[in-house]
Structures are given as structure tokens and as C-alpha cells.
Design a protein around this ligand. Sequence first.
Ligand code: PRT
Ligand code: ZN
Length: 292
Amino acid sequence: MKKLNGNYLKLAIQKDGRLTDETLAFLRSSGLVFESYQKRLFSRCLNFPLEILFLRDDDIPNYVSAGIVDLGIIGQNLLYELRPKVKKLLNLRFGFCSLIVAVPKESNFTNIKELKNQKIATAYPNSAGRFFSRQDVPVDLVQIKGSVEVAPSLGVAQVIVDLVSTGSTLILNDLKIIRKIYDSEAVLITNDKSLISQKEQSNIKKLLTRFKGVLSARNYKYILMNAPEKILPRLKKIIPGLKSSTISSLAKEGWVSVQSVVKEDIFWETMERLKKVGASEIMVLPIEKIII
Ligand code: PRT
Ligand code: ZN
């Protein structure tokens, strides 16, 4: 069996859970080539000095803070809950969820203040405890590990504090949200030791450049269009980044081809406006990476 290599950067990711597939997909979209199959403890990248360790998500903060691994990918919720001595390097834009307070649909509770002295079932006792003490509402926290959503129907507690993403588990269990405590997403973490060590730092920097390249590319689309040359001033107003775009002449007299990059969140609105001023044959392409 291969052993961990001392010269390699070590990254811990969730072995088998909600973050696993998207984490692996993210690493692969960053150009890292590695094998991963079930029951594997670690995997070595073939094209980067990086070893990936597969662990339970709750163990990752300790592995990172103790310096056993240099990097970890976990939900921000674990940082809020466990407050480990780690540094967050990047939000990874997947694994979105929120920690919420929920009660049975038919209950009369509508407000946090009404929950005084209630039993609250949660797998996030620190986050829940801090939230209720900030609200100045004393509650009786009951810590349970899994399936928090069944606590009200089992009579364990009327109120729960749990993570939600789609909300379907709450609906299935006849629960409703009365308050959001915080939002969470997957994050990349490291420790001071790894950041100080020169070699690791430069490898961490290289890896960060790759990750950021993938993340920024997701926010943008590449567009190509044809337009009469005379509308270029108007196009420039619609696409702010057009100054740095490529404009080339077409065989058709007085027409140009324009290539540029637009932000995903203003995308549809931008398309409408481009069509309106006279751009045609607009083509939109996804961008794989942007390295700035
Ligand atoms: O075995 P291991 O300890 O590694 O995994 P785990 O069972 O402790 O964690 P896992 O795999 O459930 O979650 C890992 C991480 O995924 C969490 O720490 C969050 O950062 C993130 N995440 C994103 C979620 C959810 N979405 C989520 N919906 N974690 C849990 N849930 C649960 C929630 O607790 C509830 O039971 O999913 C249910 C609700 O889902 P919806 O879609 O019905 O709302
Ligand atoms: Zn866990």
C-alpha cells in the first residue's frame, strides 16, 4: 500500500456524504487528475504535488488545525459550530444550506421570543446555544446526532434547529421555518503552519490560483455577436467590459464581429438589450477558467 508523501500538500475532503460528489467535481474541474474510489483512504494527484485524504467531515477541522493536513474542504457551518483554529481561504460556491429554527406546521409559534424554556433538538448545540443566548431567550437544548427533523413527531422536542437545503425534509415532516440563523456553503480551510512553510505556501498559492480560476469562470459567459459598426458606441454602454473585448471586421460592409465576457447575473438582461440595439447572431459559450 502506498504511504502519504511528506513533500506533498495534503487536502482532506469528506469521504462519503453530501459534499463528496461536488468536492470531487470541483477538484477535477480545477484540472487535478487523481483516482477516487470507495473505501480509499487517500489518493495522490498525478499532475500536482497534492494528496487527497478522505475523512468524516467532523474530523476535518481537527486534522487541519493540528497540522496533520494542510487544507480541508468542509461546510462553513462546521466552522461556526466548532470554531476550530483554522483559516478560511475561499468560499467554494457549492454545498449551500442554512441553519434554521423550525416548528410543527400547526404550532402557534411564530417568533423566537415565544420559545422561552422550550426544548430544542439539534445537532448544532453551539450554534443554537449562541443564537438563543444572543436573543436573550433561555432554552433547553437537546443534542441529537441525526434525523433531527423527526424529534417533534417523536415527542423529543417541539422545536428543532437544523440544516436545510431544498426544504423538502421539513415539508415531509410537517415542519415550518420560523427563523434563519445563518447561511453556509463549502469552504477551503488551512492552518498557520502550512501557510508559514515556504514550499507549502507556494503550492497552496498555485492551488488557490486554479480554484479561483474555476470560480471566476463560473460567474462569466463568453459572448460573440455580429453588429453594424455604427452601433458600437451603444454596445459599449451595454457591456461595460467591452473596452477590452475583440472587435474584428466582417466581409459584410459596415459590420463587425464582437467578442466579450459578461457577468452571469446580468446575462439575460444584457442579451435583451443587445438584440434591441441591433446585434445579431449572438453566441454564448461557457468559460472553463479565467486566470487573472
Ligand atoms: O459521515 P460524515 O460525518 O462525513 O457526514 P455527515 O452525515 O455529518 O454530514 P452530511 O454528509 O450530511 O453533510 C455534510 C455537509 O453538507 C454539512 O456539514 C453541510 O455543510 C452540507 N449540507 C448541505 C448539508 C445539507 N446541505 C443538508 N441539507 N448537510 C446536511 N443536510 C441535511 C439536513 O440536516 C437535513 O437532515 O439534509 C436534510 C435536509 O435537506 P433538504 O434538502 O430536505 O432541505
Ligand atoms: Zn459528520
